[in-house]
Design a protein around this ligand. Structure first.
Ligand SMILES: Cc1cc2nc3c(=O)[nH]c(=O)nc-3n(C[C@H](O)[C@H](O)[C@H](O)COP(=O)(O)O)c2cc1C
Length: 207
């Protein structure tokens, strides 16, 4: 994983406390190419057991078709999204999963990867209200420039691409990115993207 420079974009998902996977959207059926320790802790599957598979292996008989349809549409349109659906651990126990997905574009603007993170929702049908409220509060505390950078990160743009889009240089983009990660309390860019999508900057499905 560390040998692939593409993954440095995320400051290495290994550092995230949130279950996270990366899929390669250029390969047939969008297979997982990396997963972190938190994903293993949540689902019971090791990275080796899931590499090369589409994330739908977590779904099962009780998985909500409308939530799967939302993810299918988001993948097809290369859009960020948040969906709530029943998934199953390796031992067969179900859990409600708040899945966030976001595209990662290549330099030319074509889709490269998808970033995905999974969070168990306990005792309800949605993420606990405080988490979404917290995400909205945190995003509201960003400067307008930081919010613009975050909005572009969520859409899959890289520092090099965000600069020209905002009319600033790459170094300045990096500075804003570091500052917004700090404000959001995010360990990695992947976590910052998740917070932005939770705050409503992507396609949010009903619980
Ligand atoms: C990065 C990424 C992460 C995903 N994570 C999950 C997940 O944790 N659980 C799940 O049921 N589906 C997940 N999906 C969605 C499935 O891969 C698939 O898109 C969904 O089941 C709808 O497509 P299908 O009808 O072809 O199965 C994820 C998709 C992507 C791109």
């Amino acid at each position: 994983m560390s040998g692939n420079p593409d993954f440095q974009l995320f400051g290495s998902i290994a550092h995230s406390p949130i279950a996270t996977v990366i899929t390669d959207a250029r390969l047939p059926d969008n297979p997982i190419v990396a997963a972190n320790r938190a994903f293993h802790d949540l689902t019971g599957y090791s990275e080796a057991e899931i590499l090369g598979r589409n994330c739908r292996f977590l779904a099962g008989v009780g998985t909500e078709p409308h939530a799967q349809a939302l993810l299918r549409a988001a993948v097809a349109q290369r859009q960020p999204a948040l969906a709530y659906l029943t998934n199953y651990r390796k031992d067969g126990t179900p859990f409600l999963n708040a899945v966030m997905i976001a595209p990662v574009l290549e330099e030319g603007g074509a889709i490269g990867y998808f970033l995905g993170s999974q969070m168990e929702v306990k005792g309800g049908t949605r993420l606990p209200e405080p988490r979404e409220q917290r995400a909205q509060r945190l995003v509201a505390s960003l400067t307008p420039r930081q919010r613009q950078v975050l909005a572009h990160m969520i859409r899959g743009y890289r520092n090099k691409q965000i600069g020209p889009l905002l009319g600033i240089d790459e170094k300045t983009v990096k500075m804003h990115r570091a500052a917004l990660l700090a404000r959001l309390g995010a360990a990695t860019s992947a976590d910052a993207i998740r917070t932005g999508v939770e705050a409503g900057l992507g396609i949010n499905g009903p619980g």
